[in-house]
Write a protein that binds this ligand. Sequence first.
Ligand code: SF4
Length: 349
Amino acid sequence: MSLLKILLTNYCLFDCAYCINRRSSNVERARFTVDEVVALTVNFYKRNYIEGLFLSSGIVRSPDHTMEQMTLVAKKLRREEGFAGYIHLKTIPEASPWLIEQAGLFADRLSINLELPSAESLRSLAPEKDAGTIAGAMGQMHERIAEAKEDRRRFSPAGQSTQIIVGADATTDAALLTTSAALYRDYGLRRVYYSAFSPIPAASAVLPLKPPPLQRENRLYQADWLLRFYGFTPEEVAASGEDGMLALDVDPKSAWALKNRGRFPVDVNTADREALLRVPGLGARSVDRILAARRHTRLKLADVGRLARSVKRLLPFLVAADYRPPTALADKAELRPQLAEAPAQLSLF
Ligand code: SF4
């Protein structure tokens, strides 16, 4: 979805070490009025440049004042402009529950940023933020969303999400994924967004000088997908790499398969859904198509080719009615570099 993603202001009372807009930063400051954001949004929306608004803000005057201004934008858009596009508001955990309630009436989605995955990191890098307050606000939001659904009332119908900064502290991918799994389980989050830390001018000495490797953020999104839709546990995904960090050369599902070679090949005609979901290159939709098709026939390799996006990647991992991989996976030393290549370039046999 294309969203107008803006800050109401980059003034901020807080001093989060990883943020360019922190109080002690000498960045130039600017501030939109509520009416300016409303006008910009409506204007872009009418011209089909955007499908909605994602509004965030530095904290000005107080958390309540800032939340009030952001809610006012959403309220004006809906009530005065009849705006039917998508609205995502980033809420401020310290704001009063009444204001969050109001925000949920007009926004499609609300988010509360966790920012850093542990209470210790938050204490050292974002001293005005408190892990307990953030968790409490997420818990309240979860309850409100569930209650509103039950009462058929409107309150943040697209749920809540959060963002975690990756690479500003020493947290491993294993710890990040464990945190994400707990957030999905305990607060019914729709999405956890992983945002790679990028070094800022005149940064605190406790921050790293370099951003994390580009591929790390991508691997975390892939691993997160495995947690939500493929039945993997955080421990399984994390163990596919080394020292709590995901492998960067291959995707986490392939990395897991390479560490669990004894579980392959699986028979496409008899394996259960869980086993098929673990085959690198087989997506959830392809697995469901395979399960439906094999009720009527024993699937050959060509059938799998029609039901999956690409059969090439599957060849070392699957048995079909007319096909068995010629070499046991455990014997194929060169498989890893081949899986690291783009799918179109794979030549596995
Ligand atoms: S509260 Fe938000 S805008 Fe303000 S310093 Fe922290 S991260 Fe930056």
